[in-house]
Design a protein around this ligand. Structure first.
Ligand code: ZN
Length: 264
C-alpha cells in the first residue's frame, strides 16, 4: 500500500511568520500545503551584521585575555588562569555563532565565483576571523615568560583547541555560488517539466536531512518506505539556502530521456 505523505511548506527561521498554523489548504491527495515563508533581504543583512558584531565581541574577549595575560589589567574575583579560560570560551562561542550566521547569509544570497580568491575569502571569512580571534593569544601564551610550565600547557592547549574548533567550524565546506544556482535553474528549465509558484519561481521538494531536491512530490525517492512522512516544499533558492545543492538525477534523466523519445 502506498504511504500517504504530508507536504509541509518550507519555513525559514526568519522572525516574522507570515502564516499561522491554521492557515493552510489540503490538496486532492490529502497533502497539507502551507504558503511559503520567505527569506527577505533584511534577514540576510541582519545575519551579516550579526556576524560582524559577534566576531567583534570574540576579538574583544581575546584583547581582554591578552591584557590579563600581560598583567596590563587585573580582572576581579578570579585568578588569571580562570579568567583566561573564561575569555577563551566566550571568544569561541561568539566566533562560532558569528560564522554560522555568516555562512547562512551566503547560502541565502550567494556570491559570484568569477573571482576565485574573492569567493573563497568571502565564504570563509569566519575562518579568517577565527585566526584573528585566537592566534595572537596562542602565540603570547606560549612565549610568555611569567607563566609556569603547567599553566602554560593547560591554557595553551585550551586556546589551540579553541582556534581549531573555531577555524574548522567556520569553514564553508559546501559553498554556493550565483553560478551554481543559475546552472541548477538552467538544468531544471531544460527538462520542461517542473512546477512554479505564482511568482514564477521554480518549486522543488525535499526530505528532512537530505542533500537532494526533487522536481515533483510524486518522485519515487520521496515516497519510498522508511523515509520521512513529511516532505518540504520550497523554491529552488530556499533549497539552496538549506544546503540542498544536488538535483534528483533520476528525475532529471527520466525527463531528458522522455523529451528525446517524443522528439520534442
Ligand atoms: Zn526525485
Amino acid at each position: 500500500m502506498k504511504k500517504e505523505k504530508k507536504i509541509v511548506e518550507y519555513a525559514s527561521n526568519s522572525k516574522v511568520e507570515k502564516n499561522s498554523k491554521d492557515d493552510y489548504s489540503i490538496d486532492a491527495n490529502g497533502n497539507i500545503i502551507r504558503s511559503a515563508k520567505e527569506y527577505t533581504q533584511g534577514s540576510v543583512t541582519g545575519r551579516r551584521v550579526g556576524a560582524f558584531v559577534l566576531w567583534f565581541l570574540g576579538i574583544a574577549c581575546e584583547v581582554l585575555a591578552i591584557l590579563e595575560l600581560l598583567k596590563k589589567v587585573a580582572l576581579p574575583k578570579f585568578e588569571m588562569m580562570t579568567w583566561l579560560i573564561i575569555l577563551i570560551v566566550l571568544d569561541l562561542v561568539f566566533v562560532v555563532i558569528g560564522s554560522m550566521l555568516w555562512k547562512k547569509a551566503n547560502h541565502i544570497d550567494p556570491r559570484s565565483e568569477k573571482n576565485k580568491l574573492g569567493f573563497w575569502t568571502w565564504n570563509n571569512l569566519g575562518t579568517i576571523m577565527s585566526i584573528i580571534a585566537f592566534l595572537p593569544l596562542v602565540i603570547l601564551i606560549f612565549t610568555n615568560k611569567d607563566l609556569d610550565k603547567k599553566s602554560k600547557g593547560i591554557v595553551g592547549a585550551i586556546a589551540v583547541v579553541a582556534l581549531l574548533v573555531a577555524g574548522i567550524s567556520s569553514y564553508d565546506f559546501n559553498p554556493v555560488s550565483k553560478e551554481d544556482l543559475a546552472n541548477a535553474k538552467a538544468e531544471i528549465l531544460a527538462t520542461g517539466d517542473y512546477e512554479t509558484n505564482d511568482k514564477g519561481e521554480i518549486i522543488v521538494y525535499w526530505l528532512p536531512h537530505s542533500t537532494k531536491y526533487h522536481l515533483h512530490s510524486t518522485c519515487t525517492h520521496l515516497n519510498r518506505e522508511g523515509t520521512s512522512s513529511e516532505i518540504t516544499r520550497g523554491t529552488l533558492e530556499q533549497a539552496y539556502a538549506e544546503g540542498l545543492t544536488e538535483p534528483c538525477r533520476t528525475e532529471i534523466k527520466a525527463l531528458e530521456k522522455g523529451k528525446t523519445e517524443t522528439g520534442e
